[in-house]
Design a binder for this molecule. Structure first.
Ligand code: SF4
Ligand code: SF4
Length: 358
Protein backbone atom coordinates (compact mmCIF):
# COMPACT_ATOMS: atom_id res chain seq x y z
CA UNK A 1 0.00 0.00 0.00
CA UNK A 2 1.13 3.58 -0.65
CA UNK A 3 1.21 6.12 2.19
CA UNK A 4 -1.42 8.88 2.11
CA UNK A 5 -0.57 11.73 -0.20
CA UNK A 6 -0.84 15.20 1.26
CA UNK A 7 0.62 17.18 -1.66
CA UNK A 8 0.90 16.79 -5.40
CA UNK A 9 4.03 17.76 -7.28
CA UNK A 10 4.29 19.37 -10.72
CA UNK A 11 5.17 15.92 -12.10
CA UNK A 12 1.92 14.50 -10.69
CA UNK A 13 -0.03 17.26 -12.43
CA UNK A 14 1.78 16.83 -15.72
CA UNK A 15 1.36 13.06 -15.69
CA UNK A 16 -2.37 13.09 -14.82
CA UNK A 17 -3.28 15.93 -17.15
CA UNK A 18 -1.41 14.22 -19.99
CA UNK A 19 -3.28 10.99 -19.23
CA UNK A 20 -6.61 12.83 -19.07
CA UNK A 21 -5.94 14.64 -22.37
CA UNK A 22 -5.71 11.38 -24.36
CA UNK A 23 -9.44 10.51 -24.60
CA UNK A 24 -10.23 14.18 -25.33
CA UNK A 25 -7.66 14.18 -28.09
CA UNK A 26 -9.17 11.04 -29.63
CA UNK A 27 -12.69 12.49 -29.37
CA UNK A 28 -11.51 15.76 -30.95
CA UNK A 29 -9.80 13.93 -33.85
CA UNK A 30 -13.06 12.09 -34.61
CA UNK A 31 -15.10 15.32 -34.50
CA UNK A 32 -12.52 17.40 -36.40
CA UNK A 33 -12.89 15.15 -39.47
CA UNK A 34 -16.42 16.54 -39.73
CA UNK A 35 -16.30 20.06 -38.32
CA UNK A 36 -13.95 22.23 -36.25
CA UNK A 37 -16.93 24.15 -34.84
CA UNK A 38 -18.15 21.00 -33.10
CA UNK A 39 -14.66 20.50 -31.66
CA UNK A 40 -14.99 23.95 -30.06
CA UNK A 41 -18.38 22.91 -28.62
CA UNK A 42 -16.81 19.70 -27.28
CA UNK A 43 -14.01 21.66 -25.60
CA UNK A 44 -16.62 24.04 -24.16
CA UNK A 45 -18.64 21.14 -22.70
CA UNK A 46 -15.50 19.62 -21.12
CA UNK A 47 -14.36 22.94 -19.64
CA UNK A 48 -17.87 23.67 -18.31
CA UNK A 49 -17.88 20.28 -16.60
CA UNK A 50 -14.41 20.58 -15.03
CA UNK A 51 -14.51 24.25 -14.07
CA UNK A 52 -18.15 24.68 -13.08
CA UNK A 53 -20.10 21.46 -12.49
CA UNK A 54 -17.38 19.26 -11.01
CA UNK A 55 -15.71 22.21 -9.32
CA UNK A 56 -18.89 23.29 -7.52
CA UNK A 57 -20.61 19.97 -6.83
CA UNK A 58 -17.69 17.54 -6.29
CA UNK A 59 -14.42 19.40 -5.64
CA UNK A 60 -15.75 21.69 -2.88
CA UNK A 61 -15.97 18.62 -0.61
CA UNK A 62 -12.43 17.45 -1.35
CA UNK A 63 -9.72 17.98 1.30
CA UNK A 64 -7.22 19.16 -1.35
CA UNK A 65 -9.71 21.92 -2.31
CA UNK A 66 -10.52 22.73 1.30
CA UNK A 67 -6.84 22.98 2.30
CA UNK A 68 -5.74 25.07 -0.69
CA UNK A 69 -5.42 28.82 -0.16
CA UNK A 70 -6.56 31.13 -2.97
CA UNK A 71 -6.08 28.71 -5.86
CA UNK A 72 -6.66 24.96 -5.97
CA UNK A 73 -3.68 22.62 -5.69
CA UNK A 74 -4.37 19.03 -6.63
CA UNK A 75 -3.20 16.48 -9.18
CA UNK A 76 -5.76 17.49 -11.82
CA UNK A 77 -6.42 21.18 -11.37
CA UNK A 78 -3.80 23.64 -10.32
CA UNK A 79 -3.83 27.39 -10.06
CA UNK A 80 -7.61 27.64 -10.65
CA UNK A 81 -9.09 30.23 -8.25
CA UNK A 82 -11.41 28.83 -5.58
CA UNK A 83 -14.56 30.58 -6.74
CA UNK A 84 -16.88 28.36 -4.68
CA UNK A 85 -16.84 28.12 -0.91
CA UNK A 86 -15.44 24.91 0.57
CA UNK A 87 -18.04 22.44 1.87
CA UNK A 88 -16.43 19.91 4.23
CA UNK A 89 -18.50 16.76 4.70
CA UNK A 90 -20.35 14.37 2.39
CA UNK A 91 -22.02 15.31 -0.92
CA UNK A 92 -25.77 15.76 -0.94
CA UNK A 93 -27.90 13.63 -3.32
CA UNK A 94 -28.49 16.75 -5.44
CA UNK A 95 -24.74 17.33 -5.79
CA UNK A 96 -24.16 13.70 -6.77
CA UNK A 97 -26.93 13.87 -9.38
CA UNK A 98 -25.59 17.13 -10.81
CA UNK A 99 -22.06 15.71 -11.11
CA UNK A 100 -23.31 12.60 -12.95
CA UNK A 101 -25.61 14.63 -15.22
CA UNK A 102 -22.73 17.00 -16.00
CA UNK A 103 -20.28 14.18 -16.75
CA UNK A 104 -22.56 12.25 -19.11
CA UNK A 105 -22.62 14.81 -21.97
CA UNK A 106 -18.84 15.11 -21.75
CA UNK A 107 -18.34 11.34 -22.16
CA UNK A 108 -21.11 10.84 -24.73
CA UNK A 109 -20.78 13.93 -26.92
CA UNK A 110 -18.06 12.59 -29.28
CA UNK A 111 -19.68 9.14 -29.64
CA UNK A 112 -21.81 10.32 -32.60
CA UNK A 113 -18.57 10.88 -34.60
CA UNK A 114 -16.58 8.03 -33.04
CA UNK A 115 -19.02 5.30 -34.14
CA UNK A 116 -18.07 6.06 -37.76
CA UNK A 117 -14.54 4.80 -37.10
CA UNK A 118 -14.31 1.62 -34.96
CA UNK A 119 -10.57 2.18 -34.41
CA UNK A 120 -11.13 5.63 -32.86
CA UNK A 121 -14.11 4.38 -30.87
CA UNK A 122 -12.00 1.50 -29.47
CA UNK A 123 -9.11 3.83 -28.64
CA UNK A 124 -11.53 6.27 -26.92
CA UNK A 125 -13.01 3.48 -24.75
CA UNK A 126 -9.61 1.97 -23.91
CA UNK A 127 -8.12 5.35 -22.96
CA UNK A 128 -10.93 6.09 -20.49
CA UNK A 129 -10.78 2.58 -19.01
CA UNK A 130 -7.01 2.86 -18.60
CA UNK A 131 -7.33 6.30 -17.00
CA UNK A 132 -9.82 5.14 -14.38
CA UNK A 133 -8.02 1.83 -13.73
CA UNK A 134 -4.71 3.62 -13.16
CA UNK A 135 -6.26 6.24 -10.87
CA UNK A 136 -8.06 3.51 -8.93
CA UNK A 137 -4.93 1.37 -8.54
CA UNK A 138 -2.41 4.02 -7.64
CA UNK A 139 -4.09 7.23 -6.48
CA UNK A 140 -7.47 6.37 -4.96
CA UNK A 141 -5.69 4.17 -2.38
CA UNK A 142 -3.86 7.17 -0.91
CA UNK A 143 -6.09 10.09 -1.79
CA UNK A 144 -7.25 12.50 0.91
CA UNK A 145 -10.56 13.08 -0.87
CA UNK A 146 -12.39 10.69 1.44
CA UNK A 147 -15.78 11.87 0.14
CA UNK A 148 -15.07 10.67 -3.40
CA UNK A 149 -17.00 7.46 -4.28
CA UNK A 150 -13.81 6.02 -5.84
CA UNK A 151 -11.74 6.52 -2.68
CA UNK A 152 -10.15 3.26 -1.49
CA UNK A 153 -8.22 4.35 1.60
CA UNK A 154 -8.95 1.74 4.32
CA UNK A 155 -11.33 3.02 6.97
CA UNK A 156 -8.82 2.51 9.82
CA UNK A 157 -6.25 4.68 7.98
CA UNK A 158 -8.90 7.37 7.40
CA UNK A 159 -9.86 7.33 11.07
CA UNK A 160 -6.24 7.45 12.19
CA UNK A 161 -5.66 10.36 9.85
CA UNK A 162 -8.65 12.30 11.08
CA UNK A 163 -7.95 11.58 14.76
CA UNK A 164 -4.31 12.51 14.80
CA UNK A 165 -4.74 15.72 12.81
CA UNK A 166 -1.80 14.83 10.63
CA UNK A 167 -2.48 17.71 8.29
CA UNK A 168 -1.05 20.03 10.91
CA UNK A 169 2.38 18.88 9.79
CA UNK A 170 3.09 16.51 12.69
CA UNK A 171 3.73 13.71 10.25
CA UNK A 172 5.21 13.49 6.77
CA UNK A 173 2.87 11.60 4.44
CA UNK A 174 4.42 11.49 1.05
CA UNK A 175 7.85 10.07 0.22
CA UNK A 176 9.75 10.73 3.43
CA UNK A 177 6.94 9.18 5.47
CA UNK A 178 7.79 5.79 4.05
CA UNK A 179 11.33 6.06 5.15
CA UNK A 180 10.69 7.32 8.66
CA UNK A 181 8.98 4.19 9.81
CA UNK A 182 10.36 0.75 9.20
CA UNK A 183 6.93 -0.82 9.07
CA UNK A 184 5.84 1.65 6.36
CA UNK A 185 9.10 0.95 4.53
CA UNK A 186 8.56 -2.78 4.41
CA UNK A 187 4.87 -2.51 3.58
CA UNK A 188 5.71 -0.13 0.75
CA UNK A 189 8.14 -2.42 -1.04
CA UNK A 190 6.31 -4.84 -3.27
CA UNK A 191 7.37 -8.35 -2.33
CA UNK A 192 4.53 -10.12 -4.12
CA UNK A 193 2.32 -9.48 -7.12
CA UNK A 194 -1.33 -10.38 -7.43
CA UNK A 195 -3.28 -11.64 -10.40
CA UNK A 196 -4.98 -8.24 -10.79
CA UNK A 197 -1.51 -6.63 -11.20
CA UNK A 198 -0.82 -9.05 -14.02
CA UNK A 199 -4.18 -8.20 -15.64
CA UNK A 200 -3.55 -4.46 -15.40
CA UNK A 201 0.02 -4.53 -16.76
CA UNK A 202 -0.85 -6.88 -19.58
CA UNK A 203 -3.75 -4.61 -20.54
CA UNK A 204 -1.28 -1.70 -20.74
CA UNK A 205 1.18 -3.81 -22.74
CA UNK A 206 -1.55 -4.96 -25.12
CA UNK A 207 -2.40 -1.36 -26.05
CA UNK A 208 1.15 -1.09 -27.41
CA UNK A 209 1.17 -4.46 -29.17
CA UNK A 210 -2.35 -3.98 -30.59
CA UNK A 211 -1.56 -0.65 -32.26
CA UNK A 212 1.47 -2.26 -33.90
CA UNK A 213 -0.32 -5.53 -34.71
CA UNK A 214 -3.26 -3.74 -36.39
CA UNK A 215 -0.91 -1.61 -38.52
CA UNK A 216 1.04 -4.68 -39.68
CA UNK A 217 -2.02 -6.94 -40.03
CA UNK A 218 -3.83 -4.48 -42.34
CA UNK A 219 -0.96 -4.82 -44.85
CA UNK A 220 0.21 -8.40 -44.45
CA UNK A 221 -0.80 -11.46 -42.42
CA UNK A 222 2.63 -13.04 -42.98
CA UNK A 223 4.45 -10.09 -41.38
CA UNK A 224 1.91 -10.06 -38.55
CA UNK A 225 2.79 -13.69 -37.78
CA UNK A 226 6.49 -12.77 -37.90
CA UNK A 227 5.82 -9.91 -35.43
CA UNK A 228 3.93 -12.23 -33.07
CA UNK A 229 6.81 -14.70 -33.23
CA UNK A 230 9.37 -11.96 -32.45
CA UNK A 231 7.29 -10.73 -29.50
CA UNK A 232 6.97 -14.25 -28.05
CA UNK A 233 10.61 -15.05 -28.68
CA UNK A 234 11.71 -11.87 -26.92
CA UNK A 235 9.45 -12.07 -23.86
CA UNK A 236 9.41 -15.85 -23.43
CA UNK A 237 12.99 -16.75 -24.31
CA UNK A 238 15.40 -13.81 -24.44
CA UNK A 239 13.99 -11.67 -21.64
CA UNK A 240 13.21 -14.67 -19.44
CA UNK A 241 16.72 -16.10 -19.81
CA UNK A 242 18.80 -12.91 -19.59
CA UNK A 243 16.70 -10.61 -17.38
CA UNK A 244 13.98 -12.43 -15.47
CA UNK A 245 16.20 -15.24 -14.13
CA UNK A 246 17.95 -12.61 -11.95
CA UNK A 247 14.71 -11.14 -10.62
CA UNK A 248 13.63 -12.00 -7.03
CA UNK A 249 10.03 -12.55 -8.20
CA UNK A 250 11.38 -15.23 -10.58
CA UNK A 251 13.77 -16.71 -8.02
CA UNK A 252 10.99 -16.99 -5.44
CA UNK A 253 8.41 -18.40 -7.84
CA UNK A 254 7.07 -21.90 -7.96
CA UNK A 255 6.97 -24.03 -11.12
CA UNK A 256 5.39 -21.24 -13.08
CA UNK A 257 5.92 -17.50 -12.98
CA UNK A 258 3.83 -15.29 -10.71
CA UNK A 259 4.66 -11.67 -11.38
CA UNK A 260 2.90 -8.62 -12.74
CA UNK A 261 4.09 -9.33 -16.28
CA UNK A 262 3.89 -13.14 -16.43
CA UNK A 263 1.36 -15.29 -14.63
CA UNK A 264 1.27 -19.06 -14.92
CA UNK A 265 3.93 -18.95 -17.64
CA UNK A 266 6.35 -21.93 -17.41
CA UNK A 267 9.86 -21.24 -16.10
CA UNK A 268 12.16 -22.49 -18.84
CA UNK A 269 15.41 -21.50 -17.12
CA UNK A 270 17.01 -21.97 -13.74
CA UNK A 271 17.01 -18.95 -11.39
CA UNK A 272 20.22 -16.89 -11.07
CA UNK A 273 19.94 -15.08 -7.74
CA UNK A 274 22.48 -12.32 -8.43
CA UNK A 275 22.23 -9.03 -10.38
CA UNK A 276 22.28 -9.30 -14.19
CA UNK A 277 25.66 -8.73 -15.85
CA UNK A 278 26.41 -6.32 -18.71
CA UNK A 279 25.98 -9.09 -21.29
CA UNK A 280 22.51 -9.96 -19.92
CA UNK A 281 21.45 -6.31 -20.08
CA UNK A 282 22.83 -5.81 -23.61
CA UNK A 283 20.95 -8.85 -24.96
CA UNK A 284 17.72 -7.77 -23.21
CA UNK A 285 18.05 -4.19 -24.51
CA UNK A 286 18.71 -5.38 -28.05
CA UNK A 287 15.66 -7.63 -27.91
CA UNK A 288 13.51 -4.69 -26.75
CA UNK A 289 14.85 -2.44 -29.51
CA UNK A 290 13.99 -5.04 -32.17
CA UNK A 291 10.46 -5.53 -30.74
CA UNK A 292 9.88 -1.76 -30.64
CA UNK A 293 11.34 -0.88 -34.04
CA UNK A 294 10.02 -3.83 -36.04
CA UNK A 295 6.50 -2.40 -36.64
CA UNK A 296 7.73 1.12 -37.58
CA UNK A 297 7.64 0.71 -41.42
CA UNK A 298 3.91 -0.14 -41.20
CA UNK A 299 3.11 2.39 -38.48
CA UNK A 300 4.68 5.23 -40.47
CA UNK A 301 1.95 4.75 -43.09
CA UNK A 302 -0.79 5.14 -40.47
CA UNK A 303 -0.36 8.32 -38.42
CA UNK A 304 -3.18 7.57 -35.94
CA UNK A 305 -1.78 4.12 -35.09
CA UNK A 306 1.74 5.55 -34.90
CA UNK A 307 0.48 8.17 -32.43
CA UNK A 308 -1.38 5.51 -30.41
CA UNK A 309 1.77 3.34 -30.39
CA UNK A 310 4.07 6.15 -29.19
CA UNK A 311 1.60 7.41 -26.57
CA UNK A 312 1.04 3.85 -25.25
CA UNK A 313 4.80 3.31 -24.89
CA UNK A 314 5.19 6.66 -23.14
CA UNK A 315 2.31 5.90 -20.76
CA UNK A 316 3.73 2.45 -20.03
CA UNK A 317 7.17 3.85 -19.18
CA UNK A 318 5.89 6.81 -17.16
CA UNK A 319 3.44 4.67 -15.17
CA UNK A 320 5.84 1.86 -14.37
CA UNK A 321 8.55 4.34 -13.40
CA UNK A 322 6.21 6.37 -11.16
CA UNK A 323 4.39 3.56 -9.42
CA UNK A 324 6.34 0.29 -9.68
CA UNK A 325 10.07 0.93 -10.05
CA UNK A 326 10.06 2.93 -6.81
CA UNK A 327 8.92 -0.10 -4.78
CA UNK A 328 10.19 -3.04 -6.84
CA UNK A 329 12.51 -5.55 -5.15
CA UNK A 330 14.46 -6.29 -8.34
CA UNK A 331 17.32 -4.03 -7.25
CA UNK A 332 19.56 -5.24 -10.10
CA UNK A 333 17.23 -3.74 -12.74
CA UNK A 334 18.67 -0.52 -14.22
CA UNK A 335 15.27 1.18 -13.85
CA UNK A 336 14.97 0.43 -10.14
CA UNK A 337 14.37 3.60 -8.08
CA UNK A 338 14.24 2.27 -4.53
CA UNK A 339 16.51 4.49 -2.36
CA UNK A 340 19.78 2.84 -1.27
CA UNK A 341 18.99 2.99 2.46
CA UNK A 342 15.61 1.31 1.88
CA UNK A 343 17.27 -1.41 -0.21
CA UNK A 344 19.87 -2.07 2.48
CA UNK A 345 17.24 -2.21 5.20
CA UNK A 346 15.17 -4.64 3.11
CA UNK A 347 18.16 -6.86 2.32
CA UNK A 348 19.19 -6.92 5.97
CA UNK A 349 15.67 -7.96 6.99
CA UNK A 350 15.51 -10.51 4.23
CA UNK A 351 18.80 -12.10 5.29
CA UNK A 352 17.54 -12.16 8.88
CA UNK A 353 14.27 -13.86 7.81
CA UNK A 354 16.22 -16.40 5.71
CA UNK A 355 18.58 -17.05 8.64
CA UNK A 356 15.61 -17.70 10.91
CA UNK A 357 14.18 -20.20 8.42
CA UNK A 358 17.49 -22.16 8.07
S1 SF4 B 1 -10.38 9.08 -4.72
FE1 SF4 B 1 -9.50 8.73 -6.77
S2 SF4 B 1 -10.96 9.53 -8.23
FE2 SF4 B 1 -11.50 10.33 -6.23
S3 SF4 B 1 -10.49 12.32 -6.12
FE3 SF4 B 1 -9.10 10.85 -5.22
S4 SF4 B 1 -7.78 10.14 -6.88
FE4 SF4 B 1 -9.53 11.16 -7.81
S1 SF4 C 1 12.58 -1.87 -11.42
FE1 SF4 C 1 10.82 -1.31 -12.72
S2 SF4 C 1 11.35 -1.98 -14.78
FE2 SF4 C 1 12.75 -2.99 -13.39
S3 SF4 C 1 11.83 -4.99 -12.95
FE3 SF4 C 1 11.14 -3.60 -11.35
S4 SF4 C 1 9.19 -2.72 -12.07
FE4 SF4 C 1 10.23 -3.66 -13.84
Amino acid sequence: MFPLKADHSIRDRLYWNFFNMIPFLIGSIAIARDSLKWVAVYIGIALFFFLVIEFRFACTHCLYYIRSKGCVKCMMLSGVPKIFKARPGPHSSFEKAMTILGALPMFLFPVYWLVRDPLLLGAYGVSWVLFFLTARRYECVRCLNFECPMNRVPSDVKKEFENEDRLSGNFEFSGKGIRKSCSYLCVSLRTKHEFKDFLYWNFVTLTILFSAGIAIGISSTGWLLAYIFIVFFHFDILEQRFFCTHCPYFVRGEKSLRCMMNWGWPRHFRPRPHPPGKFDLVITTMGFIVVLLFPLPWLLKMPFLLGAYCISILLFLLTIRRYECSRCIYFGCPFNRVPVDVRKEFEKRNEFEMGKRV
